[in-house]
Write a protein that binds this ligand. Structure first.
Ligand code: DGL
Length: 265
């Protein structure tokens, strides 16, 4: 009988940002093999139509299924909020998605003002709208489209002057508005936390969903009896359809079982 438990966890994102989720998953589930797909050629997804995001998510899923993935993590808020419903209907495999953690922010805010930094595709999605209606309606949501941030990260300009000035145009108005919780609604943005922290000091709590996604992945693997209990060292394959240097910089791993490959898909 084939042992499905050894099959990899498949993870995809519009680009390199989903590696922030991969790191949480690898920390919580170090024994799991993984395959990560960075669709950097098509990034950003956030400015695309819902149908385009669905088509790209299907393409990424088919690639991961062809590699025998036992579960798929949609490590992209934009793809989750626009396409996960279609994916779950179309494929008979568990999917884990990621959404901006506005419910957590709603529980923590004291000023009743929360900021949400996310892509246009996420903020305009039906799923986001639906979740936003479930939180206390007294809470004021300051929604900011982080236009340009994903492009700078994908372009290797994480620590550039352009990034600093773009970030301050998005973050400073939130400080002035007395926001006390900032939700990072895009998996690229956790890489910006040190820079955001410099701008907001201790005035604003920064909230992202990475750890919650890793916990949810563990729960679902347990539920489906898919945890890999094999003692062999886990293997991690990363595929990217553009130059791999930005991905290599973000991963900075010396693990010989971690391989990054440029590939057309
Ligand atoms: N990491 C993706 C997300 O979480 C970025 C979306 C984009 O490519 O615009 O939304």
């Amino acid at each position: 009988m084939v042992n499905n438990n050894k099959f990899p966890i498949g993870i995809f994102d519009s680009g390199v940002g989903g590696t922030s989720i991969w790191k949480e998953i690898n920390t919580l589930l170090p024994q799991e093999n993984t395959i990560y797909l960075s669709d950097s050629k098509n990034a950003p997804y956030g400015e695309k139509s819902k149908q385009d995001i669905i088509n790209l998510s299907i393409k990424n899923t088919e690639f991961l299924l062809a590699q025998n993935c036992k579960i798929i993590i949609v490590a992209c808020n934009t793809a989750t909020t626009n396409a996960i419903k279609v994916l779950r209907k179309k494929y008979n495999i568990p999917f884990i998605g990621i959404e901006p953690a506005i419910k957590t922010a709603a529980l923590h805010t004291k000023t009743n003002k929360i900021g949400i930094l996310a892509t246009k595709g996420t903020l305009n999605s039906e799923l986001f709208e639906k979740t936003a209606h479930t939180i206390n309606q007294k809470i004021i949501r300051k929604e900011i489209i982080g236009k340009g941030l994903v492009e700078l990260i994908e372009g290797g300009k994480l620590h550039s002057k352009e990034m600093t000035s773009l970030l301050s145009t998005y973050i400073n108005p939130l400080i002035e508005d007395n926001v006390d919780c900032l939700v990072l609604g895009c998996t690229h943005y956790p890489y910006l936390i040190p820079q955001i922290r410099k701008l907001v000091g201790n005035k604003i709590q920064i909230i992202d969903s990475g750890e919650a996604v890793a916990k949810q992945t563990k729960n679902i693997l347990e539920k489906h009896k898919l945890i890999n209990s094999c003692k062999e060292k886990s293997f991690h394959q990363f595929f990217i359809n553009k130059e791999k240097n930005v991905l290599e910089i973000l991963m900075t791993s010396k693990d010989e079982n971690l391989k990054i490959t440029e590939k057309e898909f």
